[in-house]
Write a protein that binds this ligand. Structure first.
Ligand code: 5AD
Ligand code: SF4
Length: 475
């Protein structure tokens, strides 16, 4: 009897196993739709566009409803604590709102920062895919579907070039193109060198080919992306090409209207780059090169490898070579040990330089960064106060700048109909200013001359001077 019972038990186990495998197979067939949410920077946005392409290439349909999707993918950011908390909060809510059988994948910088620990924190995650493992998305998905096990793929450096042909872009006018990944600068507060790894430049022929294909498809503006685009080519001396050379090559593309680049480290901004901005018709007169702080002691502690004086010299040189250039910056307030007097130096620097775009952040302590060895000693109220002071100053600068533009005519690339009002179109000037004006959707993708008559918050309002339609070759 006992023997019989045992046989029955093992048969039962066997049936459960078969049933489980059938269930997995059934599930596999049912991964038909996916929902993707992106946090953070433009590089993450581009990575999401590539992941959308990879998932579509295996027949999955992208949907906007996370409650019915078969796969939910979060492309996360780790730059500040708030960014991580947002993604973790979302993962917590998804546990309740997702369809029961839905798979959950976490990609992006938080995947690299937390790795396996993420599975302990949020047990219902099915896979963790690092920033350097995007090419493995479909392999990981197959593995999870086949085995039912959780999977973690996180490589420390970018070693497998991606198939950028697969990218699915929602925007028909502007495209992001990756030219260098990772960062070798190791600013003491920043997680990027650890989450994205060291700098790896992309081959110039691949970049040029992708840009050409985009122009052939009708794209008018290309933004070249990298954590520090100015380092382009330095890791591959055998290619004998630097960032300004690449810009010269891309500028030659017939039909391309505008080229931008993001982001620059001040140390690597060369005279050749400044001259390229002056000389190349496509290259927009806007440079985002983060100052981060206005005190030399803090800059040194941040390992920014320039002094305030050197930064000011670069600004002066850039403005002498490209007089109409607009500048953008990132600033961190409340870095460990920052005194009131040192903060005042940052405020004064902003007042003097008068950036057209300023992103101001409160310091946020990040695990694994060198700044972790210092106490996060600036009280939150002081950080908030400093943040508000700079935001207020920046707002005044925006206002002054926009007041000067009243009555002027600016070249605007029409990007899309405004989401707020159907009869309005939105676009940007070469210097990255938002403009709204009445117009019809057939003007999207064209360059228009807009006469500015007013402004609200951060947007200029205007009218088109004699609308110019898109010239269709052969028509
Ligand atoms: N805390 C606050 N801001 C940070 N940044 C990077 N790391 C931190 C941090 N730990 C800011 C820098 C950088 C921008 C992308 O984010 O200003 O330029
Ligand atoms: Fe981070 Fe500094 Fe690299 Fe920018 S340059 S990504 S702030 S380490």
């Amino acid at each position: 009897m006992i023997v019989k019972d045992t046989q029955f038990a093992s048969f039962q186990q066997y049936s459960i196993l078969i049933f489980f495998r059938l269930y997995i197979l059934l599930l596999m067939r049912h991964v038909k739709t996916f929902f993707i949410k992106t946090y953070g920077c433009q590089m993450n946005e581009l990575d999401s566009e590539i992941m959308v392409g990879l998932l579509k290439s295996r027949g999955l349909e992208r949907i906007d409803d996370e409650t019915t999707a078969d796969l939910i993918l979060l492309n996360t950011c780790s730059i500040r604590d708030l960014a991580e908390r947002k993604a973790l909060g979302k993962l917590g809510r998804l546990a309740k709102t997702r369809k029961n059988s839905a798979l959950i994948g976490v990609a992006g910088c938080m995947a690299n920062a937390k790795k396996e620990a993420l599975l302990q924190k949020v047990p219902n995650i099915d896979f963790v895919l690092g920033t350097n493992n995007i090419h493995e998305l479909n392999t990981v998905l197959d593995e999870v579907l086949r085995t039912g096990n959780q999977s973690v793929r996180v490589d420390p450096r970018f070693e497998h070039e991606l198939d950028y042909q697969i990218t699915v872009r929602d925007d028909p006018v502007k495209a992001h193109v990756s030219i260098i990944r990772g960062c070798d600068k190791y600013c003491t507060y920043c997680v990027v060198p650890y989450t994205r790894g060291p700098e790896v430049s992309r081959h110039p022929d691949d970049i040029f080919l992708e840009c050409k294909q985009l122009v052939d498809k009708g794209y008018k503006e290309i933004t070249l992306l990298g954590q520090n685009v100015n380092s382009y080519g330095k890791d591959k001396p055998e290619w004998n090409i630097l960032f300004h050379d690449l810009l010269h090559r891309i500028d030659s593309l017939e039909g391309l209207e505008r080229v931008r680049f993001m982001t620059s480290h001040p140390v690597d901004i060369t005279r050749e780059l400044m001259e390229a901005i002056r000389d190349l018709p496509t290259l927009c007169e806007f440079v985002h090169f983060p100052l981060q702080a206005g005190s030399n002691r803090i800059l040194k502690k941040m390992h920014r490898i320039y002094t305030k004086e050197e930064y000011f010299e670069k600004v002066a040189l850039l403005r002498s070579i490209v007089p109409n250039v607009a500048l953008g910056t990132d600033i961190i307030v409340g870095f460990p040990t920052e005194t009131d007097a040192e903060f005042e130096e940052t405020r004064k620097a902003l007042e003097e330089i008068r950036f057209s775009v300023g992103f101001i952040f409160a310091y946020s302590q990040r695990k694994g960064t060198p700044a972790m060895r210092w106490k996060d000693d600036i009280p939150q109220e002081v950080k908030d106060e400093r943040l508000q002071t700079l935001l207020h100053l920046q707002e005044q600068i925006y206002k002054d700048e926009r007041t000067k533009l009243l009555g002027q005519t600016l070249e605007v690339l029409v990007e899309a109909p405004s989401k707020r009002e159907e009869t309005l179109l939105k676009g940007r000037t070469r210097c990255w200013k938002n403009v709204l004006f009445p117009g019809t959707p057939d003007l999207v993708g064209t360059l228009q001359q807009i006469k500015v008559h007013s402004f609200t918050n951060q947007t200029l309002m205007g009218e088109i001077l004699q609308p110019k339609k898109l010239l269709i070759v052969g028509a």
